[in-house]
Write a protein that binds this ligand. Structure first.
Ligand code: ADP
Ligand code: MG
Length: 478
């Protein structure tokens, strides 16, 4: 039997506000436990939440960026449940009337084609605190610093068909929220995490299978692994005559498996009702138009522009537009260099990103500025050095030895373009290899590579390769 996988993601992204969604306490990460929770976050009686306007602005930006409807009126609701990290006994969220509905985005699917993923809704809510078990003896600690941190929960349609597509979708959302500057997207710190709903059905069947929900996945790798494990588990279970039960599961990264956490709650278990302490959020059409005007160029638009304007391959444009700082780096380098944008792209993607990855560094830690990289590429373009020597210069730049011009000068790496100098070396090589010359003349054309190699060796790679080729061919045909 052939199975089809169905996945829907619920992504929680922390919004990058200075203060919390309903209080003035700081949202900064990493403070001493319980130093950033005020009476509102602690759920004291008699205090009232006040909505942080910034979160409305951020949610509206997101909604417009994914082509969604930004609701003129949305309502905060209480989602009631008991848990030690939720002192009020309810989480303030949005339920029936979320602020964002009916959006979409496009990913590249497993076949390499563009695929639409629907976004059902995105709603505002507050984060809960954290339970801490590590380093405590037979007790748990509660840190409420995170309580009340604003979250945007982004719910996808069940349009995703593989773990890879799920990762592509999650990456796209990650890129969008960072382009908009509404979240730092820091996954280690839990600012960007997702719950994956997974089911399988016999291929061709219309009805969805029973789903399980894997909670709190906080890395792209874990999302892919947890979903793949869960797909296998469900298929094995059904093929062995069992049934999938609707439940919440946890992914254990150390064991690379998911396990049951609790049976799934139904919405009515939460006794949702509109929060009487908060007014409905009303947004005017004018406000929405203002937000629309302020939107930055978004990843897809930037990618298409890079293809058109710089004549890049789609895949390269996609890679260069993965973050705004990288796209800006590239465009700065293009503007500062005389070389073709395509050549600059190769250096940024291949050499610069390669060097950064090798050391696990981010772009902000790059040892070579966009202007300096442009300086290097320009020296290839104007034939001062060959592409091969440029690799050597790049290494030296990376090690902090100076700009391309300084290094070329200090190490005497300038390309030899003087044809009489090249001719002299060519003559020497021809004289030293009579056997190969005879073979070449007898028709073994491939030997040209051998001669080029010899000349390059003699000139320490500094002879202009085009000239070497031309002079060699000419002399060998004499
Ligand atoms: P709940 O209210 O229980 O969280 P929702 O209807 O809001 O459930 O759906 C939550 C997520 O689960 C959505 O992303 C949705 O696309 C996804 N989903 C719903 N049904 C299925 C299914 N049968 N298989 C996989 N994902 C599903
Ligand atoms: Mg849900």
């Amino acid at each position: 039997m052939s199975w089809e996988v169905v996945i829907g993601l619920e992504i929680h992204t922390q919004l990058a506000t200075k203060s919390k969604i309903f209080s003035g306490a700081s949202t900064a990460y990493g403070a001493e436990p319980n130093t950033q929770a005020c009476l509102v976050d602690l759920g004291y009686p008699g205090v009232l939440p006040v909505l942080n306007e910034e979160v409305v602005h951020m949610a509206a930006m997101f909604g417009l960026a994914v082509g969604a409807t930004v609701a003129p009126r949305s309502v905060f609701a209480r989602k009631n449940y008991f848990y030690p990290d939720l002192p009020k006994g309810y989480q303030i969220s949005q339920y029936e009337l979320p602020i964002v509905e009916h959006g979409e985005l496009f990913i590249t699917d497993d076949e390499g084609d563009e695929k639409r993923i629907g976004i059902t809704r995105a709603h505002l809510e507050e984060d809960a605190g954290k339970s801490i078990h590590e380093g405590l003896d037979r007790s748990s600690g509660i840190d409420l610093n995170r309580a009340g941190t604003p979250l945007l929960e982004i719910v996808s349609e069940p349009d995703i068909r593989s773990a890879k597509e799920a990762v592509a979708y999650m990456r796209k959302i990650h890129t969008i929220v960072r382009y908009l500057g509404i979240s730092d997207g820091n996954m280690q710190e839990g600012s960007f995490r997702c719950d994956a709903n997974v089911s399988v059905r016999p291929r061709g069947q219309e009805e969805f299978g029973t789903r399980t929900e894997i909670k709190n996945l906080n890395s792209f790798r874990f999302v892919e692994r947890a979903i793949n494990y869960e797909i296998e588990r469900q298929i094995d279970l059904i093929e062995d005559g069992g049934e999938v039960v609707q439940e919440t599961r946890l992914y254990d990264a150390a064991k690379d498996e998911t396990r049951s956490m609790r049976s799934k709650e139904e919405a009515n278990d939460y006794r949702y009702f509109p929060d009487p302490d908060l007014l409905p959020v009303e947004i005017s059409a004018e406000y929405i138009e203002d937000v629309r005007e302020q939107l930055p160029e978004l990843p897809d638009a930037k990618q298409h522009r890079f293809v058109d304007e710089y004549d890049l391959k789609n895949a390269d444009a996609a890679q260069l537009t993965i973050s705004r700082p990288l796209a800006d780096y590239y465009e700065t380098a293009v503007a500062a260099s005389e070389a073709k944008p395509k050549v600059v792209a190769n250096w940024v993607i291949g050499d610069l990103l390669g060097a950064l990855n090798k050391e696990g560094l981010g772009l902000a830690d790059s040892r070579i500025s966009a202007e300096d990289l442009a300086g290097l590429v320009t020296r290839i373009h104007d034939n001062t050095i060959s592409g091969k020597i440029a690799k050597q210069v790049f290494e030296a730049m990376w090690s902090g030895e100076g700009t391309a011009d300084e290094i070329i000068e200090a190490k005497g790496l300038k390309q030899i373009t003087d044809s009489s100098a090249i001719e002299a070396v060519v003559d020497k090589v021809i004289e030293a290899n009579p056997g190969q010359v005879a073979e070449y003349k007898a028709g073994k054309d491939k030997l040209i590579g051998f001669f080029v190699g010899q000349v390059m060796k003699e000139t320490k790679g500094q002879a202009n390769p085009g000239q070497v080729n031309q002079i060699l061919k000419q002399k060998l045909s004499d």
